[in-house]
Design a protein around this ligand. Structure first.
Ligand code: PNS
Length: 165
């Protein structure tokens, strides 16, 4: 069984992330979407809240078989430790543009030094999502802008329910 871990902040999950999850889910038997319990970077929502939104979004947006092959969890510490615990062969990341490349390359190389048996597999973000980022989505939402085209409905509902906080 080929299992991959897709780590990230997902603060919040965007349509770009969902696209990567769907495509990675088609390549691997199981995918663990792992939400970082941020220690340095202060997140706008706690990790279990972010994971709950991701679960709801995947159950709504993917077909039942695809959604069932994806686990959503939270994690602390190193991605490679989680990947090893789960017996993952790969770490999945999305690449939007050249601006992502340098940082992603560094992370991939360092993770490879830490765990040479685990490879990082990159999915090129679809062009229609290439401009999307969770940070910009948060900013637009904070000023009352319409983020419906950028994030799954589960995010829109969640943010509406917490009154734009
Ligand atoms: O969505 P993000 O914020 O770009 O995701 C960054 C993430 C979670 C992939 C990265 O910060 C990470 O892997 N954190 C866990 C700690 C770790 O393993 N660090 C070593 C990588 S060099």
């Amino acid at each position: 069984m080929r299992l991959a871990v897709y780590p990230g902040s997902f603060d919040p999950i965007t349509r770009g992330h969902v696209d990567v999850i769907e495509r990675a889910g088609a390549v691997f038997d199981r995918l663990v979407v792992a939400v970082l319990i941020n220690t340095r970077k202060s997140a706008s929502m706690d990790a279990s809240e972010r994971a709950g939104i991701i679960r709801a979004a995947l159950d709504e947006e993917l077909d039942r078989t695809a959604a069932a092959a994806i686990e959503v969890t939270t994690f602390e510490g190193l991605t490679v430790d989680l990947a090893r615990q789960r017996g993952a062969t790969s770490i999945v990341r999305g690449l939007r543009a050249l601006s992502d490349f340098e940082n992603e390359l560094a992370i991939a190389h360092l993770n490879h030094k830490l765990a040479p048996e685990i490879d990082t597999i990159f999915f090129m973000t679809r062009l229609e999502h290439a401009y999307l980022s969770s940070g910009l989505v948060r900013e637009i939402a904070a000023f009352g802008g319409d983020i419906g085209a950028m994030v799954p409905d589960a995010v829109v509902r969640h943010l509406a329910a917490r009154g734009g906080r």
